[in-house]
Design a protein around this ligand. Structure first.
Ligand code: S3P
Length: 427
């Protein structure tokens, strides 16, 4: 696909689509709670549709009238054995969280996905679940999908120190912990997005959290709720960066979720000297409006506890750094290697093709700015966030054209991405 290049003066306001993490979880919590859950502003993107289809295959009645999704929950114990292996598509969140939910099921389930899922590590979920009594097997004795999982009615609570900072792993253990007869204690390596913990409370359950320590008791009754999904800050991130780097721009993003475990990118933009203005419009639901303007930026260092708070934004932050004066160092981000693709290598290679000065390291990237980007032939590697980042990069290409392979990957999290870009005046 030929990308849009050589843009100026982006302006306007947008409401970005619903949060992907919360959309997945709303179907999951709706399914394991008693009674009806209604979901507003659900993200109808490939990943979340994989979750919806998976829970239908497990016997949950889920209706979609095109506006509101209604989930008729019956509790963990009423999930049915699926007739066929379950396809999670490209979605790591679907497969890992579903494994935690299936930990207490008395039937065997096989979960598989696309070529990217077949390379995603699952030991991080299999090992703690096995400690709890679950039997999990990857293909040919490996940790890779297809995964066959056989739950147990005698799930054991565990005390577990997580070796990786991962909200997916944490969530899988919490879903399994909810099905034990005792108390499960988790210690996070770094604090990660806390949507699962928040939704346990929203659905009437209780969970103790203090810093990196989490305690959850099993056999709690969850009750169906009305969920209004906030706008996804990870989708907003692409337009925030567009507004900062395309000359003469002024962009407003409305109804963006501002959960502090997700807002690392705002801090990074502020530290780089970007003109970003955040107005909290609904404190209780952590919603706000974010405004950005074209800015002079400077390089910074990004690492440590900040990384999980912006993990999905690192590809677009790397692009931002190519337009900042001086050096930007991203470290402690080795998790990027096991995302939808190896995002350290993909970002370095594709932005390098467009003329950026960017070097991959073992745990991140080193970027020298500011560089003028030029045209070239690039690929998303089938990774939605790499595809969208490359389209934003193309906006500031003034010489030559940019051809993107595998552009269709964008629909994994943002099917309306190119349309929304047009709303900001991109021609
Ligand atoms: C997610 C957690 C993160 C993130 C992913 C969504 C979630 O993955 O990258 O896009 O919804 O829990 P990890 O848990 O592997 O860090």
């Amino acid at each position: 696909m030929k990308l849009l290049t050589n843009q100026k003066n982006l302006s306007g306001s947008l409401e970005v689509p619903g949060d992907k993490s919360i959309s997945h979880r709303s179907i999951m919590f709706g399914s394991i709670a008693q009674g009806t859950t209604t979901i507003h502003k659900f993200l109808r993107a490939d990943d979340c549709m994989s979750t919806l289809a998976l829970f239908r295959s497990l016997g949950v009645q889920i209706e979609d009238d095109g506006q509101v999704i209604t989930v008729h929950g019956k509790g963990f114990s009423k999930l049915h054995a699926p007739k066929e292996p379950l396809n999670v598509g490209n979605s790591g969140t679907t497969i890992r969280l579903a494994m935690g939910i299936l930990a207490g099921s008395l039937f065997e389930t096989t979960l598989f996905g696309d070529a990217s899922i077949a390379k995603r590590p699952m030991n991080r979920v299999m090992l703690p679940l096995e400690k709890m009594g679950v039997t999990c097997k990857g293909i040919k004795g490996s940790e890779f999908p297809p995964i066959t999982i056989q739950g147990t009615s005698h799930l054991q609570p565990i005390k577990y120190e997580m070796p990786v900072a991962s909200a997916q792993v944490k969530s899988a253990i919490l879903f399994a912990g909810l099905q034990t007869k005792g108390e499960t204690v988790l210690i996070e390596k770094e604090q990660t997005r806390n949507h699962t913990e928040e939704m346990i409370r929203q659905f009437g359950g209780s969970i103790e959290t203090s810093g990196k320590k989490i305690k959850i008791k099993g056999k709690q009754q969850l009750k169906g709720q009305e969920v209004i999904v906030p706008g996804d800050i990870s989708s907003a991130a692409f337009f925030l960066v567009a507004g900062l780097i395309v000359p003469g721009s002024h962009i407003v993003l409305e109804n963006v979720g501002l959960n502090p475990t997700r807002t690392g990118i705002i801090e990074v933009i502020e530290q780089m000297g970007g003109k970003i203005f955040v107005q909290e419009t609904d404190k209780e639901n952590q919603l706000g409006t974010i405004r950005v303007e074209t800015s002079e930026l400077k390089g910074i260092e990004i690492g440590g506890a900040l990384i999980p708070r912006l993990i999905d934004e690192l590809p677009i932050i790397a692009l931002l750094a190519t337009q900042a004066t001086g050096e930007t160092i991203i470290r402690d981000a080795q998790e990027l290697k096991v995302k939808e693709t190896n995002r350290i290598d993909a970002v370095a290679k594709e932005l390098g093709t467009l003329g950026a000065s960017i070097e991959p390291t073992d745990d991140g990237l080193i970027i020298q700015g500011k560089t003028a980007l030029h045209g070239g032939q690039v690929t998303s590697y089938g990774d939605h966030r790499i595809g969208m980042m490359l389209q934003i990069a193309a906006l500031i290409v003034t010489q030559g054209t940019v051809e993107l392979e595998k552009a269709e990957a964008v629909s994994v999290s943002y099917p309306e991405f190119f349309k929304d870009l047009a709303k900001l005046g991109v021609k």
